[in-house]
Design a protein around this ligand. Structure first.
Ligand SMILES: NC(=O)c1ccc[n+]([C@@H]2O[C@H](COP(=O)([O-])OP(=O)(O)OC[C@H]3O[C@@H](n4cnc5c(N)ncnc54)[C@H](O)[C@@H]3O)[C@@H](O)[C@H]2O)c1
Length: 249
């Protein structure tokens, strides 16, 4: 087991990519705080992990809320005594064009998708420094953070920020033996904000198949395990090679 006895907080873990990541890290021996703003979803995933012999608990928190996050970190430490791993996975998209998005819609997407990972990292890193021994943080980005999109102006902007946040945290937390990296999905399972997989969604990548949540979960496991000990501040694309393709190839 690669993560035996370690405590992991995974945000947005109530379904899809976060759910699969929670289950995979649990199968490697980690205790999992299944964090979601939707209570039913977090509890449901935690129950599935526990019935498979793991150790998990559902926590309700909005990652955009500083008070929710300070309570969350306190509650996780009360439950298991420490935090070794943070996966910043929760995000929301606007799916809006610049000519139609409102300031309120922009603010909410930035608050959840960029400020959320900032706040979570700030309070979890403080706990890691306090307890000693280092830790690992993985930010889940998006190919939308690298390329223009016809829609989703706020989401693309937030995800671009997640890349810069990853590098800034990697530098600032390295002296504390906290390794920070990012995993960058493209079209994995259902679209962000939806739970249904659409088999008719066109697949354009070098693997010729849609991504599935376990593809991203395996990358996160690599980045939080000692297998990636020399990898810091890296941006790992888990996208079937789509960002390597020229338009028309
Ligand atoms: N699915 C894709 O194709 C894809 C592509 C690129 C990037 N990503 C990224 O992967 C990650 C997971 O995507 P997904 O498709 O599994 O998302 P999803 O929408 O299926 O699930 C996200 C979960 O996060 C929760 N959540 C939403 N807002 C929250 C908040 N404020 N606080 C706490 N929890 C909150 C939701 O309740 C939901 O359970 C996201 O960071 C997303 O941007 C996904």
């Amino acid at each position: 087991m690669k993560l035996k006895g370690q405590v992991a907080i995974i945000t947005g873990a109530g379904r899809n990519i976060g759910e699969e990541t929670a289950k995979l890290l649990a199968s490697e021996g980690a205790k999992i705080a299944v964090v979601d703003s939707d209570k039913g979803r977090g509890d449901n995933v935690a129950a599935q992990i526990n019935s498979a012999g793991g150790d998990a608990k559902g926590f309700v928190a909005d990652v955009a809320s500083e008070s929710d996050i300070t309570s969350l970190v306190n509650d996780v430490v009360s439950q298991w005594g420490r935090v070794d791993i943070l996966v910043n996975n929760a995000a929301v998209s606007d799916n809006k064009h610049i000519l139609e998005i409102t300031k309120e819609e922009w603010d909410r997407v930035i608050a959840v998708t960029l400020t959320g990972p900032f706040l979570m990292s700030k309070y979890v890193a403080a706990q890691m420094v306090k307890q000693g021994g280092g830790g690992k943080i993985v930010n889940v980005g998006s190919t939308s953070g690298f390329y223009g999109r016809k829609r989703a102006v706020a989401y693309a902007s937030a995800k671009g920020g997640v890349v810069s946040l990853t590098r800034a945290l990697a530098v600032q937390l390295a002296p504390h033996n906290i390794r920070v990296n990012a995993a960058i999905p493209n079209k994995i399972g259902s679209p962000v904000g939806k739970s249904e997989f659409d088999p008719s969604r066109p697949v354009v990548n070098l693997r010729g198949r849609p991504g599935v949540p376990i593809d991203l979960a395996r990358a996160v496991l690599f980045l939080v395990s000692d297998d990636s000990d020399f990898i810091v501040g890296d941006i790992l694309f888990v996208d079937g090679g789509v960002t390597s393709m020229m338009v028309g190839e």
